[in-house]
Design a protein around this ligand. Structure first.
Ligand code: SF4
Length: 275
């Protein structure tokens, strides 16, 4: 019998050699550990605004890396080829030392550090932690782009090394998080509440027509974020059809602009994306 995984609410306890629901963690010697440690599926030097972060070193670029697997199963996932790999996906093995060296070499091209992104980085929090230490030793920054569905124990492991985060708040419906995404809204809220105490945090909501595009839901989320800090930047992003929601229409641009006005009644910095 293996010890259950402590990363997210599912507490998977796969048999020896088996994988958890996220596909990125595996039982080895009775413990659930990262199976995708250092296995990169994507690596790019991106503008920091693409993470999106608008209030952390604007105009800079950041080496962005991702692996495979995710603790959520969103039917609208824009990165489903790597977040929910059905079969084998090509990977490049990169040790923390190699990643830190590469990040440092890219300084000349405007790189300020490493962003852990694309799939859910916290299912391999061990890699984020180990790389993060080395990146800081080189005087560079670490950025986390996460769904926020991880325990405070995991946050405690990585937070000494993380300078900025963009965290998704996909909805304010506990039922939708649980039944459609396979997540836990309370875990996400607890993660955000704690993260803002240790790092620069910006929050993103993807606006999906008929799902989370009501004034009421945006008001609830914006008011809750403001209760933490009115200065937390909030990004409202336009949905485009993807994965299992290819038959839906994109969010009307006017809807996103209108909801940004609603959120701005509560928050100082509201940004629209993909418009
Ligand atoms: S991180 Fe993965 S293995 Fe761990 S509890 Fe969540 S889904 Fe299961």
């Amino acid at each position: 019998m293996s010890e259950p995984c402590s990363v997210c609410w599912r507490h998977c306890a796969p048999p020896e050699g088996g994988r958890g629901v996220c596909g990125g963690r595996q039982t080895v010697n009775g413990r659930v550990v990262s199976a995708n440690y250092g296995q990169l599926t994507a690596l790019a030097l991106d503008p920091i605004e693409k993470k999106p972060l608008r209030h952390f070193h604007p105009g800079s670029r950041i080496l962005s890396v991702g692996s495979y697997g995710c603790s959520l199963h969103c039917p609208f996932c824009q990165n489903h080829e790597i977040s929910m790999p059905a079969g084998r996906i090509p990977v490049r093995n990169v040790t923390p030392e190699e990643l830190a060296q590469l990040a440092y070499q890219l300084k000349e091209e405007g790189n300020i550090g490493v962003a852990y992104t694309y799939n859910e980085p916290l299912i391999s929090y061990e890699y984020v932690r180990d790389c993060g230490k080395l990146i800081h030793e080189k005087g560079m920054y670490n950025v986390l782009v996460s769904n926020g569905m991880a325990s405070l124990e995991v946050l405690g492991e990585i937070s000494p090394h993380i300078d900025a985060m963009n965290i998704d708040l996909k909805s304010f419906s506990e039922q939708w998080y649980r039944e459609v995404l396979g997540g836990d809204l309370n875990m996400v809220r607890a993660f955000i509440r704690e993260a803002v105490r240790t790092a620069h945090v910006e929050i993103t909501t993807l606006i999906i027509p008929g799902v989370n595009d009501s004034d009421q839901e945006i008001r609830q989320m914006a008011a809750w974020i403001a209760s933490l800090d009115r200065n937390i930047p909030y990004h409202l992003s336009r949905f485009f059809p993807a994965y299992r929601m290819k038959d839906q229409k994109p969010t009307p641009v006017q809807t996103v602009y209108h909801l940004a006005d609603v959120a701005a009644e509560y928050l100082e910095h509201v940004h629209t994306g993909n418009c």
